[in-house]
Design a protein. Structure first.
Lengths: 254, 337
């Protein structure tokens, strides 16, 4: 399990994330919510070792991240990034890069790596795109290929930085359903989202951040009851019972 | 136009590779056969197989055309591969060893060496390597400290390139005999190249090519962007540094005997990438073959166009390569890419 303890992290000596203690439990979807610039993506980067902690620490199964190599971290945590390059290569080749942390010299992918990559493409719903060129795919298809690459890493924790941005409603829901499926398989899924309704519907726990600090981390019902979302976003969040279960919507405060 | 579209299909890709594999040996054979003196195939093979090393024909083959052909093949392969590596490392399709000042850094180091110690010409590849590495590190340092946007890397490179070119001019002005044929060196050419001068540079190029090819998987991961590459376990800083040093070694070694050959590192990777995609291993191999064949063919043209007078190959490269490159760019804009 990955956890942060009093973590401070940021850029050019300025702490964007301040004293955040959070654990990413296996078998759960944890959603990070907060207004733009509150430090959600920075927290993900620090948890993955892409940014060094300024204070506090990140623990991987109790081991300080500072004593782990990039390769060791990559075998335990995968990242679905927000910004993506779109190389002109075959989708399967791209997904195979998810096996890079396990390659030893001379760094050639094996038949087993290919099987794992194909299974990851199936889970991400993009197995039909195996031979397609990534640069010629739509935004949603590209997202699925990147997700498959993260899954091919076969890690216990999967971090997703705004996985639903730029996706249509159907694909947003499919992505969150995939996140729930991964959690049901025992993985810890951590997703940064901007859609409060989506978070309340699909998360097992929600961590709300404001100005680099963690305001609260709890189950969706508790988050809704506590009024922390109103404090962080300046909007009222309402819940309506529908024939399809609870639906959430936001109304801006005057 | 339709011929290029054909190459994007599976069968077309095979055709592209077949043509590429034929181009380089054909260019090499042509380079040995062509010149102001007409030689028979029998003369050429007798010389190459060591049966005849004393006749005038054999001397032309062994001491003029063979070194020159090897030089063109090596310089083309080295500069094209250096271009691929630099574009990958800096994540910038506009970069090449010529554009970002690596070539002129190597040139300045060679000029300084030859001006200070005229007898130390055999150390030219080493000086070129050091000059190229210094230029590459300077550009990388400058662009990093100014925010490292794609455009800033190129602008910093252009500035560094201008500075080093001025340095070469200054050295040549003060010590006119520093670079034997100054205009040849500035434009790039293979006149007067010998096997002895080529040998150390060839060793550096061969070693650097092998190392770059062995790092192709790392280049693939690096091309996904820094955060993704790190999250896949790649030590981005270390790999980038090693690749940049290897690119500098390739470009520096080529400059040490070929002078400041422009365009190869920019044109060849772009032309080849259209058919290979961005997968590093095929891109590197195709660029090496394409660069070697292209420079060798241009050198043949440089020798035969106005025979018995020779043009520096850099001029032919520009006249042949730039229109082709512009045609590729325009086709892409028209939606054919």
């Amino acid at each position: 399990m990955i956890e942060t303890k009093d973590l401070c992290a940021g850029y050019y000596g300025k702490a964007v994330v301040q004293n955040v203690s959070l654990d990413f439990l296996p078998g759960q979807v944890l959603v990070l919510l907060g207004p733009n610039g509150c430090g959600k993506s920075t927290l993900l980067k620090a948890a993955l070792g892409l940014l060094p902690p300024m204070q506090g620490t990140v623990l991987y199964d109790g081991t300080d991240i500072r004593s782990l190599s990039h390769r060791q971290i990559a075998q335990q945590a995968a990242l679905l990034t927000q910004s993506r390059s779109t190389p002109s290569i075959q989708a399967l080749r791209m997904v195979l890069h998810g096996r890079f942390p396990y390659l030893s010299y001379p760094r050639r992918y094996s038949g087993r790596d290919r099987d794992i990559a194909r299974a990851a493409m199936q889970t991400a719903g993009c197995d039909a795109l195996e031979r397609e060129n990534v640069s010629e795919l739509s935004g949603g298809q590209r997202q699925a290929v990147y997700l498959a690459m993260a899954l091919a890493q076969d890690t216990q924790t999967v971090f997703m930085d705004e996985p639903t941005t730029f996706l249509d409603v159907r694909r947003q829901m499919q992505t969150m359903q995939t996140a729930q499926r991964l959690a049901a398989e025992g993985k810890a899924v951590v997703a940064v989202l901007h859609d409060i309704a989506l978070a309340l519907r699909f998360a097992d726990r929600i961590a709300v951040m404001l100005d680099g600090r963690l305001l609260q981390c709890a189950a969706p019902e508790e988050i809704l009851r506590s009024g922390v979302l109103e404090r962080a976003f300046g909007v009222q969040v309402y819940c309506a019972d529908t024939p399809h279960g609870k639906q959430y919507y936001c109304v801006a405060e005057d | 136009m339709s011929c290029l579209r054909t190459f994007s299909t599976r069968r077309g890709k095979r055709l592209f590779w077949a043509l590429l594999c034929l181009l380089t040996p054909a260019a090499a054979v042509l380079s040995i056969c062509a010149g102001s003196v007409t030689l028979s195939l029998h003369d050429i093979f007798s010389a190459l197989l060591g049966r005849d090393t004393t006749s005038a024909a054999a001397r032309i083959v062994l001491y003029t055309r063979l070194p020159r052909t090897c030089a063109a093949l090596l310089a083309g392969a080295a500069l094209a591969v250096a271009g691929v590596v630099i574009q990958n490392v800096l994540d910038n399709p506009l970069a090449s060893s010529g554009v970002i000042g690596v070539n002129s850094g190597a040139g300045l180091a060679v000029a300084l060496l030859c001006a200070a110690v005229p007898t130390a010409q055999k150390y030219a590849p080493l000086a070129a390597f050091l000059g190229a590495v210094a230029a590459a590190l300077l550009v990388m340092g400058l662009s990093k400290s100014t925010g490292a946007s794609r455009m800033k890397v190129v602008l910093a490179g252009v500035a560094v390139s201008g500075l080093f070119s001025a340095g070469i001019d200054a050295v040549v002005t003060v010590v006119p005999e520093a670079l034997g044929g100054v205009s040849d060196f500035r434009i790039g050419g293979f006149t007067g190249v010998t096997m002895a001068r080529l040998a150390p540079a060839a060793a550096v190029i061969a070693l650097a090519l092998v190392l770059v090819l062995s790092l192709s998987q790392q280049m693939n991961v690096l091309s996904l962007g820094d955060d993704v590459a790190r999250s896949l376990g790649l030590s981005v800083g270390a790999v980038r540094c090693v690749l940049l040093v290897l690119a500098a070694a390739l470009a520096g070694a080529a400059v040490s005997f070929a002078g400041l050959l422009g365009f190869v590192g920019l044109i060849v990777p772009h032309a080849v990438r259209r058919f290979t995609g961005q997968e590093a291993l095929p891109l590197l191999v195709a660029s090496a073959l394409g660069g070697a064949g292209f420079v060798t063919l241009c050198d043949v043209l440089a020798r035969v166009l106005f025979s018995p007078f020779e043009l520096p190959v850099g001029i032919v490269l520009a006249f042949a390569g730039v229109p082709f490159f512009l045609w590729l760019l325009l086709r892409r804009r028209e939606g054919h890419g």
